[in-house]
Ligand binder design. Structure first.
Ligand SMILES: [Zn+2]
Length: 223
């Protein structure tokens, strides 16, 4: 596991009475585009047979959902609190909960339960894992509720992004976008096309989503 952020935390560990707006402006995240790149690449590579449109949309939502925790700043919850940004919503337990919801609602997602669980789980867990590779903010509480410790990956290669759009479209924003193209979008495209090639070469590719393989009809014998 990478370096922990808890020892270097300069934020209070409980509810803060500090005005939250400054923290909202200053907190750092990968852009939303990076997070949704993962389910989009998987959906592209696996095809609609395995990832129907509804499941793909659910995956995109699951990949972006954890950052709704920035609303905690509005409620004066400290960054480093379990309910704060990159807290419980960035844990493996949270990703598992989303995957289990997808499993339960698989019929509504037009998917097999297995495909819904795996795809949603991968989409959801990709969010905190990507955040761990950023070089700013606090780490993620990956092991919540067993540990409140915040973690970074050993190689924080992704430039953190300012949340506000006007800051994103600046010189700093260009550096962020270049970093995300290199470290997130490019690998996602490679994975997507690799899955596409694998699917094209697989005789059972149409059944990756859990359908049944129909046996080939035998030629009728002459009487
Ligand atoms: Zn996040």
């Amino acid at each position: 596991m990478g370096r922990s952020a808890s020892h270097a935390c300069r934020y209070p560990t409980s509810f803060s009475l500090r005005p939250p707006l400054k923290m909202i402006r200053e907190h750092k995240v990968p852009t939303i585009f990076s997070h949704v790149a993962v389910p989009l690449a998987l959906g592209f590579g696996l095809g609609r047979g395995a990832v129907p449109t509804r499941l793909l949309v659910a995956g995109v939502v699951a990949a972006a959902l954890p950052d709704l925790d920035v609303l905690a700043f509005r409620l004066n919850v400290a960054y480093s609190h379990a309910l704060g940004h990159r807290g419980f919503s960035h844990s493996l337990v949270f990703a598992l909960a989303l995957a289990l919801l997808a499993l339960a609602w698989a019929p509504s997602l037009r998917s097999s339960r297995f495909a819904a669980f795996i795809f949603l789980g991968l989409a959801a867990v990709s969010h905190p894992l990507l955040d761990m590779f950023t070089n700013g903010g606090l780490g993620v509480a990956l092991w919540w509720p067993w540990s409140a410790e915040r973690f970074f990956a050993p190689w924080p290669v992704i430039e953190v992004s300012p949340l506000s759009l006007h800051r994103l479209f600046s010189v700093r924003g260009v550096a962020v976008i270049k970093s995300e193209l290199l470290w997130v979008c490019l690998p996602a495209v490679v994975v997507g096309f690799a899955l596409l090639a694998l699917r094209a070469s697989s005789p059972t590719s149409r059944c990756w989503g859990g359908c049944t393989i129909k046996p080939r009809s035998l030629p009728e014998l002459e009487p």
